[in-house]
Design a protein around this ligand. Structure first.
Ligand code: ADP
Ligand code: MG
Length: 240
């Protein structure tokens, strides 16, 4: 589904992604872990075309997407993203947040878009909040709306950048539960998270990044029980 080939990214003279190579198969759940500043967000942002890469290639379903000819809006419909800080539109109701892009970008009529939105709200357990505004919701509820909003575009891949890091602890479980369900339904997912329990349970594969590099990768059992690299062991000893 996604192929990352020899990707390098600089911010000015800062080398943030160093020769990244990886592939994500359809239906696979890839979890990326690593210390702050290691390039995890930048990698997701490059895949979603929020950042351009300095060199290398990113392929989506076999087609190069880091190309000036590519329709960025189209790619972002197919590769949804959920951020740490939700980024909901504050002056729109929950349901309007979800119907906006399907109407404006996909050209659905309001009734169709509302039906999809209500189904998604039901799926994330928030159907009764459809007419509330974001500031009337808890952090965990906002994040579940953000997930529903991304899903409304019917993406083929979902990227999650520390979706629970800004939440009070008691809100984390509900959001992870929604993500688990999504994984179970076969969604292709790349998840940056510090939730090691989630990684163990849901990931097909875990990547440990440090200093802009993939230091090691493997099954969650292997990475958590038997890390090969000193840097991975040091990181895990701090977070587990
Ligand atoms: P992580 O998500 O793993 O914490 P990031 O991808 O956010 O790491 O950042 C990797 C490095 O790139 C950090 O040194 C960060 O300061 C730098 N960086 C990220 N975004 C920018 C930017 N827009 N301009 C300059 N430097 C950036
Ligand atoms: Mg980050």
């Amino acid at each position: 589904m996604i192929e990352i080939k020899d990707v390098n990214k600089y911010f000015g003279s800062l080398h943030v992604l160093k020769d990244i190579n990886n592939q994500v198969k359809q239906g696979e759940v890839l979890v990326i872990i690593g210390p702050s500043g290691s390039g995890k967000s930048t990698l997701l942002r490059c895949i979603n075309l929020l950042e351009d890469i300095t060199s290398g290639e990113i392929l989506f379903k076999g087609k190069k997407i880091n190309d000036p000819e590519v329709n960025i809006t189209q790619i972002r419909q197919e590769i949804g993203m959920v951020f740490q800080h939700f980024n909901l539109f504050p002056h729109k109701s929950v349901i309007e947040n979800i119907t906006l892009a399907p109407e404006k970008v996909k050209g659905l009529d309001l009734e169709e878009a509302r039906e999809i939105a209500l189904n998604l709200l039901e799926r994330v357990g928030l159907k009764d909040k459809a007419d509330n505004y974001p500031d009337q919701l808890s952090g965990g509820q906002k994040q579940r709306v953000a997930i529903a909003r991304a899903l409304a575009m019917q993406p083929e891949v979902m990227l999650f950048d520390e979706p629970t890091s800004a939440l009070d602890p008691e809100m984390v479980g509900d959001v992870l539960e929604v993500m688990k369900e999504l994984a179970k339904d076969g969604m292709t997912m790349i998840v940056v998270t510090h939730e090691m329990g989630f990684a163990r349970e849901v990931a097909d594969r875990v990547i440990f990044m440090d200093g802009g590099q993939i230091v090691e990768e493997g099954t969650p059992e292997r990475i958590f029980n038997n890390p090969c690299e000193k840097r991975t062991r040091e990181f895990l000893s701090k977070v587990l």
